[in-house]
Design a protein around this ligand. Sequence first.
Ligand SMILES: *Cc1c(COP(=O)(O)O)cnc(C)c1O
Length: 239
Amino acid sequence: MAGARLVWLETPSNPGLDVCDIRRIVEAAHAAGALVAVDNTLATPLGQRPLDLGADFSVASDTKSLTGHGDLLLGHVAARDPELAEGVRFWRKTVGAVPGPMEAWLAHRSLATLQLRLERQAANALALAEALRGHPKVSGLRYPGLPGDPAHEIAVRQMRRFGCVVSFTLKDEASAERFLGSLRLVMQATSFGSVHSSAERRGRWGGDAVAPGFIRFSAGIEDTGDLVADVLRALEKTT
Ligand SMILES: *Cc1c(COP(=O)(O)O)cnc(C)c1O
């Protein structure tokens, strides 16, 4: 980290769902004189509190789980140090990235249900992960809330809720497309965190280092039994 002014990390990471030990990275970064920003989009402040773990900034796309209805574009930055916060505020003012009144109103209205949404979405994500664990057509299953997941141990130490995103890999591009096309309750979409479940074959964008059959699945608030049944039924249709 020598020479770095800012260490920027995303945990859990999107779409791979790896988890970094925030405290350890903060210690190393601060020892090297660098500030730390944590992208907290996936967890939201009710799932993970980066500033309490020592980070200087917590940043998030609130387009996702925080507002949770897939109907607005928004983000936020939180900082502990008032001077750092003022620097961000000044930058926002001069650059002009200020949210519109409609977006701010939608976000405020959505926050009232944040805890309820997160609880149900995390419960649905865990139920899905449990249903997919050991499934013969599924490999590389990841969910930080699933006991036995490579990230679970660190996740339990620093997170309060594990989010709505589950990732896994099907045999190939055709299997993944067949799976997605067979889902009835789940929309194909790139964003995540909505009350409506969504999924996508991540490789279609070509930007991430993922297998052609890699699926990023975002669990919504649907009835848990219905959602799991829909996913298992769609898997039956794949090769
Ligand atoms: C979606 C996303 C962003 C970008 O947010 P937008 O609100 O869509 O501009 C940034 N970071 C993470 C981790 C994301 O998932």
